[in-house]
Design a protein around this ligand. Structure first.
Ligand code: ARG
Length: 301
């Protein structure tokens, strides 16, 4: 017979186990703003106070990692590579579902140098058993990992952004690679160059999105998949705060900022919000979600 405290401990273990995510991050040792491949990248502002920004990046990144760990998640880290200033944006390296990693191929030569480091690292994840398989899109097809593929666990499908960083043909390939439904959305606004800065599905079925990031077709697609009561529209203030670029882990949301309206809406829906300053990374065009890769998403058969 189990004693009371044993039952209690089992419940805690189970909660930790079911809720604990496997995440991947890359320390910003070499993070820098040395080129401009998205409109947020602020070369001048960065260079005016480069040392201060680089110091801030280290602190902000450490704080984000500590938040994940405090919430009970495991953070794996890849060794940062000298000369790869955007490697810190781990969301872009691949998309992992059911232990299969679909590897990125970057649109801009500035980031293509990151690819061999990711292949090497995922090979080691295979050896450790964290990832079972590595897959690639047809040669030459651009695809920027979780920047443009968002797993929607409640709908058991992938939202896929295309046109600016990911090829138009990629959504069909993503669907094939994972044997899941992929819903394609065209990214039509330069500021919203990746889907993860414009839309985010949440564990409760809500979808947060910036309407101004999509065309009429895109909005129709979103409305067709998300009933009105689950749509959470973000506004221009949220866009400037990178609010949509959040990481949702169960009932927790980690984010860099939000308008009062969005904040209230998320809290009313029952989420616990954890704010973290990502101002240094916003100078490179990314925030919380961009800095994080989730390794343990699974689909339902
Ligand atoms: N400077 C990087 C780029 O333009 C930022 C990437 C941000 N990542 C993201 N998932 N949105 O590629």
């Amino acid at each position: 017979m189990l004693r009371n405290n044993q039952v209690g401990q089992m419940a805690i273990d189970q909660a930790l186990h079911t809720d604990s995510a496997a995440l991947l991050m890359c320390s910003p040792d070499y993070f820098d703003v040395t080129y401009q491949i998205n409109p947020w990248m602020d070369l001048r502002g960065w260079n005016d106070h480069r040392d201060a920004w680089r110091a801030r990046a280290m602190v902000q990144w450490g704080t984000l990692k500590a938040i994940y760990e405090r919430l009970g998640h495991t953070v794996h880290t890849i060794e940062p590579a000298h000369g790869q200033p955007d490697m810190v944006f781990m969301a872009n390296c691949a998309t992992v579902l059911n232990g299969k990693a679909l590897m990125a191929h970057f649109r801009y030569p500035e980031r293509q140098g990151e690819e061999p480091f990711y292949r090497h690292y995922y090979q080691s994840l295979k050896t450790s058993g964290l990832v079972k398989d590595m897959a690639f899109l047809p040669a030459g097809m651009v695809f920027e990992g979780c920047g443009d593929t968002l797993w929607d666990s409640s709908r058991n499908m992938m939202w896929v952004g295309y046109s600016q960083r990911t090829a138009q043909a990629a959504p069909a390939e993503v669907s094939k690679a994972f044997d899941i439904r992929a819903v394609a959305l065209e990214m039509v606004e330069e500021r919203f160059y990746h889907l993860d800065v414009a839309l985010m599905p949440l564990s409760g079925g809500e979808v947060v999105y910036l309407p101004q990031a999509f065309n009429a077709d895109g909005l129709e697609t979103i409305h067709a998949h998300v009933p009105a009561h689950l749509r959470i529209e973000a506004n221009e203030e949220d866009a400037s705060l990178f609010a949509v670029n959040l990481v949702n882990l169960g009932g927790d949301i980690v984010l860099s900022g939000a308008s009062d309206t969005l904040r209230q809406r998320l809290e009313q829906a029952g989420y616990r919000l954890h704010f973290v300053d990502t101002s240094a990374f916003q100078m490179g065009g990314g925030s919380v979600f961009c800095l994080t890769q989730r390794l343990d998403n699974t689909s339902r058969s």
